[in-house]
Design a protein around this ligand. Structure first.
Ligand code: S3P
Length: 204
């Protein structure tokens, strides 16, 4: 076997070991909007051969295709938050998958506890400038429709970080190729779930 083929087999085995060690629990990504939860979650799901589910999208489906912005505008944030908590509770019962949560979901204690009990969580931790660069391309974040979105992002980071840090794992989200962040999620899951030496791949 060539060295590249051997490395590929090692990492495939390590990913299978992670899935086995999850015992059917989902992997849940938490963190600020624009931290890459959906982008990384989709790729992480593909690497682990687990379906990817986006909580915001599931909320939109449950509202006959209304967008998150429309739900905020028509029904208000408290209504959205209740629906979000219900949707995440349902997704957590679905077994093996990767779930991207909306940036505010982990603020609710009940949701944090559920995620803690039923899943392994990863905080994708991004700086304000990275977030601003990513979210300013789109106007679909109702909480950022403020006169000073940069200040709003900094305020939300300050308010939310004490809660995000309850996630089981943290990975720094930054402007590097997506696969690098996925690799770091896999490394973090491996270190958390697999006893030292049990992984078939040391990555060396
Ligand atoms: C929100 C984040 C959004 C969406 C809603 C509220 C938040 O999800 O749930 O706009 O409170 O941070 P993303 O984090 O996927 O952008």
């Amino acid at each position: 076997m060539t060295e590249i083929a051997a490395r590929h087999q090692d990492s495939t085995t390590r990913e299978a070991d992670i899935v086995a060690a999850l015992h059917g629990r989902p992997v849940v990504l938490v963190g600020m909007m624009g931290s890459g939860k959906s982008t990384i979650g989709r790729r992480l799901g593909a690497r682990l051969h687990m379906p990817f589910l986006d909580a915001d999208h599931e909320i939109e489906v449950a509202h006959a295709g209304m967008s998150v912005s429309e739900i905020f505008a028509q029904h208000g944030e408290p209504y959205f938050r209740d629906g979000e908590a219900r949707v995440i509770a349902r997704l957590l019962e679905g077994g093996s998958c990767v779930i991207a949560t909306g940036g505010g979901a982990f603020m609710r204690e009940e949701t944090r506890n559920r995620i803690h009990d039923k899943a392994v969580s990863i905080w994708l931790k991004a700086d304000g400038d990275v977030i601003l660069k990513r979210v300013k391309r789109r106007a679909d974040r109702p909480l950022l429709q403020t006169p000073d979105p940069a200040a709003t992002i900094e305020r939300l980071i300050a308010e939310r970080s004490p809660f995000y840090q309850f996630a089981d794992l943290a990975v720094a989200s930054r402007d590097v190729p997506h696969e690098k962040i996925v690799d770091e999620c896999i490394d973090a899951l491996s270190a958390h779930l697999l006893p030292a030496g049990a992984s078939h791949s040391s990555g060396t």
